[in-house]
Design a protein around this ligand. Sequence first.
Ligand code: AMP
Ligand code: MG
Length: 394
Amino acid sequence: MITFEEAIKSVLAKARPLPPEPVRIEEAVGRVLAEDVRSGVEMPPFDKSAVDGWALRAADLARGRELRRRPGLIQAGEGFTGALKAGECVKIMTGAPAPAGADAVMMVEFSSEKGGAVNFSRGIKRGENIASRGEDIKKGQVVLRRGAVIGPQHIGVLAAAGRSHVRTGALPSAALVNTGGEIVTPGARRPKFGIYNSNGPMLSALLRRDGVIAAPEIVRDEPRKLRAALARALRSDIVIISGGVSMGDYDLVPGILKSLGVKKVFHNVRVRPGKPMFFGVKGRRLVFGVPGNPLANFLAYLAYIGPAIRKLAGRPDHGPDFLDGTCSVKFDPRTPRRAMMLSRLESRPAHRLSPVDHSGSADILALAGARAFAAVPEGGSVKKGGRTKFLTWR
Ligand code: AMP
Ligand code: MG
């Protein structure tokens, strides 16, 4: 049986980035840039007033404080015909193009107007309050580099550069199958021995954070139905199946996957929770069979599924990220497997881990109060104050 680390490595080795695709910039957040983005325009695209005030020639104010007002006003978005002559000024608004002949704009606060003349309370330097054409961004300049994970702060740059679309890593499609005759959709009528589907909505929410949309489908452990559901699921890049991968008489998933042409990469991992974990491939498609326990599902997403999806999407930061923490008490899981112990995480003092007690069906509530899985070495323990690695989530 392989170790947890070997399992993670072998999943990532099979996850190869999908071919990039163009997307609308509004939909690009969270994706990886697959091209260097060059600006199609200069920024600003023309000499532009940075304030509301008066466009003028700085040299004129070195000689006196009064200038003739040219009638009219230059508004943002509108040009000015003709050129400003010596001794003249013209009213201009923020964002409007500076007229030919002007080399500075005085803020309206330093002026008073009477009749056809404007009086200024101070002088000005050439270029003051004019943003000159191309001073922020040159045409053809690279504004964002390939490989950047696009955040909301980048969308403004893409838009300013004139881009409506951008090439990014593609997001995989995913299918989510929850097996078990006891599993019922939350909100539906629950038979006496039924339990609500927690894995499905939880995995769906985890997927959504990585930009992947998939609705859970519940299937009974009935060979024909399960086979049909899994055959359909195998049209997606990522197939996630919960339940039905252990040693029970109704754990039919591995056998059916095999008959559908899925090649097993591993089945069973020396980790707790989630030992009966199945991972296989069919061509480029990745198939994850996670034991039904909700904690195992959450951990499987953090350790294998999420990182694989992000790698397919071309993200250099795909993870999983094991951080360093300190144990607030002795962590003593008493298992020969690598224990990933559900923990609370305090940021002060930094990365202090405390175990969250749980058992059986209270797992899901314990998970809601936790923020990390602390890794305890196989067959060992970590003493109070000892260092350990952990996985956390946002
Ligand atoms: P299995 O891996 O199918 O043997 O399931 C292991 C345990 O997890 C059983 O107690 C199941 O009832 C439970 N379980 C399986 N699937 C789900 C699910 N989708 N939501 C909540 N619990 C589940
Ligand atoms: Mg089951």
